[in-house]
Design a protein around this ligand. Structure first.
Ligand code: BTN
Length: 230
């Protein structure tokens, strides 16, 4: 059972960088860093993750298989599914604050973005990164909670825009709920095959039915995204 030990900061360079420094110093699994703002927040493939006040910026140190008895071959085989499971944890967190009619539009976009589907497109509510080093894994989660005062209509959506007026949860409440969902998902992920999460992922998968192209080696494969399997 993972236990989280949370340290909150005002401003950091990046909670991911902070966790990786702690990881190198031997910090235990469950170490969590949360910051109000980041000066160098980043996402997958090196994208900048804009990190003004009002967002949740959280990183957690994971060392699957170090504290738990788990077959190493099984662990290596399912490691790529951990970030998908974390997407489910973030989706569960968000919908926990929303009315059912809004919650049904909160979707997962491959691999683990949490987005909100509108008529024309979808807008991003949360992004997740997972980085491995020799010492362990750094899970980074950004959730748009309250829009910054200068925000223009963009590709993002904020939890505050989805809740009924006046009911927006504080960033702290969102982080508490996220850690509860994350702990439950991580423990299940360690014990169960990814098959356990498949129906939930596919039920809320925004990609189903879309045309996709995949860069594979030198070539590109065109096709339709149906669902993911185990
Ligand atoms: C993505 O969608 O590309 C992933 C975004 C991950 C952003 C979070 S915010 C907290 C943590 N610290 C970072 O610098 N990045 C992650």
């Amino acid at each position: 059972m993972i236990l989280f030990e949370v340290t909150r900061f005002g401003e950091v360079d990046s909670t991911n960088e902070h966790i990786k420094r702690l990881m190198a110093q031997g910090a235990p699994e469950g170490t969590v860093v949360i910051a109000e703002t980041q000066t160098g927040g980043y996402g997958r493939r090196g994208h900048v993750w804009s990190s003004p006040q009002g967002g949740l910026y959280l990183s957690a140190l994971l060392r699957p298989g170090v504290y738990q008895v788990i077959d190493q071959a099984d662990l290596m085989a399912k490691l790529p599914t951990l970030s998908l499971a974390c997407g489910i944890a973030v989706r569960r967190t968000a919908v926990g604050f929303l009315a059912p009619r809004v919650a049904q539009d909160v979707k997962l976009k491959w691999p683990n973005d949490v987005v909100v589907q509108t008529e024309a497109a979808y807008r991003k509510l949360s992004g997740i990164s997972l980085e491995g080093t020799a010492e362990g894994l750094c899970l980074g989660i950004g959730i748009n909670v309250v829009p910054p005062s200068s925000s223009k209509a963009g590709k993002e959506v904020y939890l505050a825009e989805l809740t009924c007026s006046g009911e927006c949860p504080s960033v702290e409440k969102v982080s508490d709920a996220l850690l509860t969902e994350l702990g439950a998902i991580y423990n299940t992920w360690l014990d169960q095959p990814f098959l356990h999460f498949l129906s939930e992922y596919n039920e809320h998968n925004v990609m189903s039915g879309r045309r996709v192209s995949i860069q594979a080696g030198q070539g590109t494969i065109e096709g339709e995204f149906l669902h993911i399997d185990e």
